[in-house]
Design a binder for this molecule. Structure first.
Ligand SMILES: [Zn+2]
Length: 246
């Protein structure tokens, strides 16, 4: 058994018996990790108030490689985002990041970039103007995809290399990006604005968010299809769709 120290984002937790919790973490060095926090549900537990979803914590745990569930011995708060937690809208964007981290299963190798990207994104969701939040989320998703090696082509037709400037391109998740009308008949039609916002986000800028509901819906659908096509999990937009329904 080895003692490990790491930084982690809390993804979620659930009860284990009367007083303990199973906590789902995304760690900087080991990727996804599930730990048991014994006694965490007691009022005077050393874990109390620390293991909230979206918080960043410093953890110490015992690792036994043959075991799927590790034992948490210490958790100290590194960063918590009060702005994110106090607004239902921001919290939903925070949960969209958590859904993505769960979907994009990443083991040790490659965890660190995703960890850093998620942490920077939580900081922005905590403080950015509300009308920028959608672009902040898209940027996270597109940069995370690029890091996994699955970057969608958003500018040129994958078949002929043409760049259309009117509302004439379709997104084909199987092909891996956009096609002109001549080459892509069956894909998802993307308006020029949707494509422009996606391109900006993929370049690392979150200054321009979709200005209309239709653009938001198209962009989300393109990203969702691409994630599903490449086996990167469920829809990260579910928390935002739940928010609209509630
Ligand atoms: Zn073409």
């Amino acid at each position: 058994m080895a003692i490990r120290k790491d930084e982690a984002i809390v993804l979620g937790r659930r009860r284990l018996q009367e007083s303990s919790l199973i906590v789902d973490l995304f760690t900087r060095h080991a990727g996804r990790l599930r730990v048991v926090a014994k006694g965490a549900r007691r009022t005077r537990s050393r874990f109390s108030g620390v293991l909230e979803p979206t918080t960043v914590v410093q953890v110490v745990y015992y690792e036994k490689e043959t075991r799927d569930l590790q034992l948490l011995t210490q958790a100290d708060l590194v960063e918590s985002y009060s702005g994110l937690r106090e607004s239902l809208l921001r919290l939903s964007y925070g949960y969209a990041i958590i859904e993505s981290l769960i979907g994009m299963k990443r083991e040790e190798s490659g965890a660190e970039t995703l960890f850093r990207l998620a942490r920077e994104t939580f900081r922005e969701i905590d403080a950015a103007a509300e009308d920028r939040l959608e672009a902040v989320l898209w940027r996270f998703l597109l940069l995370a995809l690029e890091d996994t090696g699955f970057k969608p082509e958003l500018e040129q037709c994958l078949a002929c290399g043409r760049v259309e400037t009117a509302d004439e391109m379709v997104f084909d998740s199987r092909a891996g990006g956009v096609l002109c009308r001549r080459h892509g008949a069956a894909g998802l039609a993307l308006s020029l604005e949707t494509r422009e916002v996606l391109i900006e986000c993929a370049r690392g800028s979150a200054d321009r968010s979709p200005s209309r509901g239709r653009v938001t819906a198209e962009g989300r659908e393109a990203i969702r299809r691409f994630l599903v096509e490449h086996g990167l999990g469920r829809s990260p937009f579910r928390p935002l769709e739940d928010l609209i329904r509630s």
